[in-house]
Write a protein that binds this ligand. Structure first.
Ligand SMILES: O=P(O)(O)OC[C@H]1O[C@H](O[C@H]2O[C@H](CO)[C@@H](O)[C@H](O)[C@H]2O)[C@H](O)[C@@H](O)[C@@H]1O
Length: 375
């Protein structure tokens, strides 16, 4: 594979050797140089989002009838599917193989095909964090990324504009990744930051300049900033109302809040759902989504990871270009918005779903786990 310089983003010219990691890029590459758009109404018809019931009075009934509990139970692969040694059963293996053969081919085995499609195109790379760059662990504060993964991300970012798109707060995910040359979109895309020295050029941008850890100016785009006081209030209420439940963790993600129940005994999951429901039912401007053993509370604005990808492509001048190939790698339900944008929108690209279990997705390709994102 060779990459031509002289473009704002390098162009793929040859097929690279097959790699066992989507982030492995070898050889001599040249570096690339490279009014708040907060829409007001909720336009999510996406059935991944659960509407918070407002008018009923029986909280437990609400929690049951609105499907919260079912979603909570199915929100991460049950331990029975992948055993402790990560050795899956024959039946599981078979269904996974079928799934990758028939529906979502492995990005590793089709790497050559992807690269031949990328020939002559500029790549823009979008990476989710938890479950994609770092393995899912019990303690959210300990979801560290390996140095090998960091080096791989750093390497690709020399050649392609690269962004981390996470549900976490931007500060937290920046702390984990630690690479100042990347774009970061925290809070499910509601907090976008350019690398130092790069600006976010966008018609809808009411630009905020901020100073990063190295004292350099960076551009911020925060379409939900008006919700901050409300989110802070709700955060305090959620901490207070769940504090008696063993194992629960309320995480401040700045423009959204995560209520983790991974370490809560299953018999108490109803209680978690009830308490969360009780707090947020009085806030019509908030909505609830489910992640991996986590309830995520965020403002009702027409913004998600898919919108963040579009915004970044537009800011980079890479939108609606036939010679651009955006690639998004993610594992979670919230990544589906980005996969959908790349599959159906004008910026045709590839979604790569990281999953060890078969599931339906808007992605085109798959990888089994973070170790396949980078070996
Ligand atoms: O968009 P992401 O970068 O994938 O962030 C989504 C959520 O990830 C984190 O929670 C998940 O990972 C934890 C660490 O492995 C795990 O303990 C938890 O059960 C998972 O849900 C993060 O803590 C959340 O705030 C993010 O919303």
């Amino acid at each position: 594979m060779d990459i031509k310089s002289g473009h704002s983003s390098p162009v793929m010219t040859d097929s690279p050797p097959i790699s066992n990691s989507i982030l492995t890029i070898r050889q001599n590459r040249l570096p690339y140089s490279s009014s708040a758009a907060a829409a007001t109404a909720l336009s999510q018809n996406n059935n991944l989002f659960l509407t918070v019931p407002r008018k009923k009075t029986g909280i437990l009934d609400d929690v049951k009838s609105s499907g919260w509990l079912d979603a909570m139970k199915s929100s991460s692969p049950p331990p029975a599917i992948v055993n402790k040694d990560n050795i899956s059963s024959d039946a599981t293996d078979m269904s996974y193989r079928e799934w990758t053969q028939l529906k979502y081919p492995s990005a590793l085995t089709t790497f050559e095909k992807i690269m031949s499609f990328a020939k002559g195109k500029r790549i823009a790379l979008f990476l989710d964090y938890d479950g994609t760059l770092s393995p899912i662990v019990e303690e959210p504060d300990c979801a560290y990324m390996s140095s090998a993964m960091r080096a791989a991300v750093q390497n690709v970012a020399k050649y392609f504009p690269t962004a981390i798109i996470s549900g976490r707060s931007r500060d937290k995910v920046y702390e984990f990744v630690g690479l100042s040359e990347l774009y970061y979109a925290g809070s499910h895309g509601m907090d976008i930051m350019s690398p130092a020295g790069e600006s976010l050029n966008h018609e809808h941008l009411s630009r905020t300049v901020s100073v990063n850890e190295q004292g350099k100016d960076v551009n911020l785009f925060q379409p939900a900033s008006e919700f901050l006081p409300m989110i802070d209030k709700v955060l305090c209420s959620l901490v207070e109302s769940t504090k008696g439940i063993d194992g629960v963790k309320v995480e401040d993600n700045k423009f959204c809040i995560s209520v983790h129940y991974r370490n809560v005994e299953e018999k108490n999951w109803t209680l978690v759902a009830q308490r969360v429901d009780y707090v947020i039912r009085t806030y019509p401007n908030l909505r609830l989504t489910h992640g991996r053993k986590v309830l995520e509370i965020r403002p009702v604005i027409d913004w998600d990871k898919g919108k963040a990808v579009t915004f970044l492509l537009e800011s980079l001048g890479l939108n609606n270009c036939d010679d651009v190939l955006p690639i998004y790698v993610g594992d979670d339900r919230t990544d589906e918005d980005a996969f959908k944008v790349l599959r159906d929108g004008p910026n045709h690209g590839y979604g790569v779903l990281v999953s060890a279990v078969p599931k339906d997705s808007n992605a085109v390709y798959s990888l089994r786990d973070p170790s396949e994102v980078n070996l």
